[in-house]
Design a protein around this ligand. Structure first.
Ligand SMILES: C[S@@+](CC[C@H](N)C(=O)[O-])C[C@H]1O[C@@H](n2cnc3c(N)ncnc32)[C@H](O)[C@@H]1O
Length: 491
C-alpha cells in the first residue's frame, strides 16, 4: 500500500453515485436511445465513437440495446473506463491528481462520484462542513435541483484541484436515464501532469480562498468570477486613500477563516449575526439562491480592521444626521412620513428614527466602499413645498419610481430560472431576450429615479417652501448624484 495513503483524510471510495436521498432512476424502455452504429471489424470507427448519435448527444448506449453489442465503446461511465491517474501532495492545495499515462484531448478521465443530494441538503451540508472547519469543498452541481457531495463518499475525482487555466473540464452525460458528471481532457495531457479543471466556484460569503493554481490568467481567489464574489467586490476609485490593500487579510484556506478569529468577548447582537452569516460557503459550479440579506456582505471600513485576522467587524451604526431627507427604502419612506422628530438642538429631523447601517463592499484588491442606498423621502419633500402642482409632481414621480422598482423585482423573479440555469451550465451568456428585458427594466427604473430626483431638486430650488409644518430648508447641496439636505431650521 502507498505509505502516503494513510495521510489521506478518510473518505469512502465509490465508483457509482450514491443515492441515499432518492431512488436511482430506472430507465424506461421508451426512453432508451438506440444508435445506428454497426460493428464492422474492418472499420475501427464503426462502433459508437464520434459519429455515434448517442455520443453526439452525450448519452451512453444502453447494454442490450446497442446494435454493436459487446463492441460498443459508448459505455465508459458504466464500465468505469477511466484513465490511469495517481494521487500526489501539492504545495498549499492539499492533495491533487496526476495523469499516470499520456491522455488524449477529449478523453474521458474519471467520473466525479459522490452522494446525490438535493440543493437544500447541499446548502445545509456545506454550512455544516464549514462550521466543522473542513477547508476543502467537494460539492458540485449536478442539475437544476441536485448536487453531488464527494466529501464523505467519492471517487479519485474528488482530489482534482481547480485551475484558472485548466487542462480538463467537466461534462454531463446521460447514463441510463441519470445525469452523471465526468472529467474530460481539454487537451493532450502528458504522463505526470497534474489534472485540473475550472471549478466555476460560486462564492456566497465566508472565507475567500486564495487560488494557488499559478496560471498567468489566475483570477486570484476561488470563485472570483462568481456573481456572489463580484457583487461583494467591485471596482473602486484608485485614488481613494481611505482603504489600503495592506490592511486586507488574505486567507490561504478555510483554516484561516475569519470567523474563527472574531473577537471572543463582548459580542454585540450584530456581531453574532455577522459571524453566523459569515458561515456561508463556496460551492463548485453551484448556483444556489444567494441570500441577499447575508450579513457577510455588511462589513466595517477596512480602516478599522486590524492588520491581522479579523475581516469582519460588528456592523457599524451611526446617527442619522444624513437621513433627514432620506428613507431606507421607498416603502419605509411612506410609512415614515410622519416620523418628524426634534433633535437635541430643537431642530426638526425626519427619517426612520433608527440607526443607519453602512454597507461596505470589498473589491478583490481589498478596498471597500460605502454602498448604503439612499432614497429621498418624497412624501416629506412634498410636504415642504407650498405649490400643490409641485407636490403632485414629486408624488407622481415617486409613484412611477416605485412602479418601475416593483416591475424590476417581478421581472427578476420571472427570469431567475434562466439566470440560474445559465450559471449552472457555465454558458458564456444568458439569452439575449432575457438580457434585453433586464436592461430595459433597469433603464426604466433608473430613468424613474432620475425623474424623481430631478423634480425634487427643481421644486425645492424653484418653488416657495411650505412653512406650515414649521420646517424650513436652509441649504440644499448636491453631492455627486445625491441631494443632501443639510439643515432644517425652525421658523
Ligand atoms: C475538490 S477539493 C480538491 C482536493 C483537495 N486538494 C484535497 O486535498 O482533498 C477542493 C479543495 O481543494 C483546494 N483547492 C483546489 N484547487 C485549489 C487552488 N487552485 N488553489 C487553492 N486551493 C485549491 C480548496 O481547498 C478546495 O476547496
Amino acid at each position: 500500500m502507498d505509505p502516503c495513503r494513510e495521510l489521506i483524510p478518510h473518505y469512502e471510495h465509490i465508483q457509482q453515485n450514491d443515492f441515499a436521498y432518492r431512488r436511482h432512476k430506472k430507465q424506461k424502455e421508451e426512453e432508451i436511445a438506440i444508435c445506428e452504429c454497426r460493428f464492422n471489424e474492418n472499420d475501427p470507427f464503426s462502433t459508437c465513437e464520434e459519429r455515434c448519435l448517442n455520443v453526439l448527444t452525450s448519452t451512453e448506449c444502453t447494454p442490450g440495446y446497442c446494435p454493436c453489442g459487446n463492441y460498443c465503446k459508448n459505455q465508459r461511465f458504466q464500465k468505469c473506463q477511466y484513465a490511469k491517474t495517481k494521487l500526489f501532495q501539492t504545495e498549499g492545495r492539499g492533495w491533487g491528481l496526476l495523469a499516470d499515462e499520456d491522455i488524449k484531448a477529449g478523453q474521458f478521465i474519471i467520473e466525479y462520484c459522490g452522494e446525490v443530494i438535493s440543493w437544500k441538503e447541499a446548502r445545509r451540508r456545506s454550512q455544516n462542513y464549514e462550521n466543522q472547519g473542513l477547508k476543502d469543498a467537494y460539492i458540485i452541481s449536478l442539475n437544476s435541483a441536485e448536487s453531488i457531495d464527494a466529501t464523505k463518499k467519492g471517487s479519485l475525482a474528488r482530489f482534482i484541484n481547480h485551475s484558472c487555466q485548466p487542462n480538463c473540464e467537466t461534462r454531463k452525460w446521460n447514463v441510463l436515464g441519470e445525469i452523471r458528471v465526468g472529467i474530460f481532457a481539454k487537451q493532450d495531457i502528458s504522463n505526470g501532469t497534474e489534472l485540473a479543471y475550472d471549478y466555476n466556484f460560486e462564492w456566497y460569503g465566508g472565507a475567500k480562498v486564495r487560488c494557488l493554481c499559478g496560471a498567468a490568467t489566475c483570477s486570484g481567489f476561488l470563485g472570483a468570477k462568481s456573481r456572489g464574489f463580484q457583487e461583494d467586490t467591485y471596482l473602486w476609485e484608485d485614488d481613494d486613500e481611505r482603504y489600503t490593500v495592506e490592511k486586507v487579510p488574505l486567507y490561504d484556506s478555510a483554516e484561516d477563516e475569519p470567523s474563527s478569529k472574531l473577537p471572543k468577548t463582548g459580542n454585540s447582537p450584530s456581531e453574532i449575526r455577522m459571524s453566523r452569516n459569515y458561515e456561508c460557503s463556496s460551492i463548485m459550479d453551484w448556483s444556489m439562491e444567494a441570500e441577499h440579506n447575508s450579513a457577510a456582505l455588511v462589513v466595517s471600513p477596512l480602516d478599522s480592521v486590524p492588520n491581522e485576522g479579523v475581516l469582519i467587524n460588528p456592523v457599524k451604526t451611526e446617527s442619522c444626521d444624513e437621513m433627514r431627507l432620506y428613507c431606507h427604502d421607498t416603502q419605509q419612506g411612506f410609512a415614515q412620513k410622519s416620523a418628524i422628530q426634534s433633535n437635541s438642538a430643537g431642530k426638526k429631523k425626519i427619517g426612520p428614527g433608527r440607526k443607519k447601517k453602512k454597507h461596505l463592499k470589498h473589491h478583490s484588491n481589498g478596498k471597500s466602499k460605502d454602498v448604503t442606498e439612499k432614497q429621498v423621502d418624497a412624501r416629506y419633500v412634498a410636504k415642504l413645498l407650498a405649490l400643490k402642482e409641485a407636490q403632485e409632481e414629486v408624488l407622481t414621480n415617486e409613484e412611477l419610481k416605485n412602479d418601475a422598482a416593483s416591475q424590476l423585482a417581478s421581472l427578476y423573479d420571472e427570469i431567475r430560472p434562466a439566470i440560474e440555469e445559465h450559471e449552472r451550465d457555465s454558458q458564456d451568456s444568458v439569452a439575449t431576450s432575457v438580457a434585453e428585458k433586464w436592461i430595459e427594466a433597469c433603464c426604466r427604473k433608473l430613468k424613474a429615479e432620475f425623474d424623481l430626483y430631478f423634480s425634487v431638486i427643481k421644486n425645492i430650488a424653484c418653488t416657495p417652501k411650505d412653512t406650515t409644518d414649521q420646517v424650513q430648508l436652509s441649504e440644499v447641496q448636491h453631492i455627486g448624484s445625491e441631494v443632501k439636505l443639510l439643515e432644517f431650521g425652525e421658523t
